[in-house]
Design a protein around this ligand. Sequence first.
Ligand code: SAH
Length: 197
Amino acid sequence: MLARGITDTRVIDAMLHVPRHVFVDAALASHAYQDSALPIGEGQTISQPYMVAKMSQLLNLEGHERVLEIGTGCGYQTAVLSRLCRRVYSIERIPSLSERARCNLRAARHANVMLKCADGTLGWDEYAPFDAVLAAAGGGEVPSAWLNQLRDGGVLVMPVGNAGSHVLVRLRKRGGEVIEERFDACTFVPLIAGKVG
Ligand code: SAH
């Protein structure tokens, strides 16, 4: 991690404290500490630890923030974020995954997390504005709801691109302007509008 530019000590500390094996199937537990994505059912994957660290670091969290996360999956990134900020509001579109994340996060005793099963492209208006937004699923465009629900000065991190080929993008909202920076090339599952079921 250090060799690949993860230098934020709070991020490294959070990664060391969240037991990744709790978030994957027992059958895959022996692979939980490899730096790779793993299947979590429903055709989805738990993100690669390096990507979780990199995206968390790009948010520059200090501890007081309220963060909107899109794509709860099994809840691993949610758990890492919950150690870095005041509260995480996380949305997942697949009910079985959202339910599983709830159990996993309870088992790992993360209390400052709110989960909902819904279409994350709409954001979570009720709790806006957020200090930061993180999407764990990639798409061609940043949904306008996320930028609208981001406070002025806030940051948004998302994989942008087409299926199988994304680049990690950070947007910073400043007054009427949005400043964009590009980071690693990466591969994420697609952001799909609409809730399942
Ligand atoms: N950080 C998660 C990664 C899960 S993969 C983890 O560590 O487990 C990304 C997730 O985004 C998938 O579970 C997928 O179902 C979800 N997703 C895709 N489009 C979505 C949308 N519009 N709203 C909410 N979740 C979405």
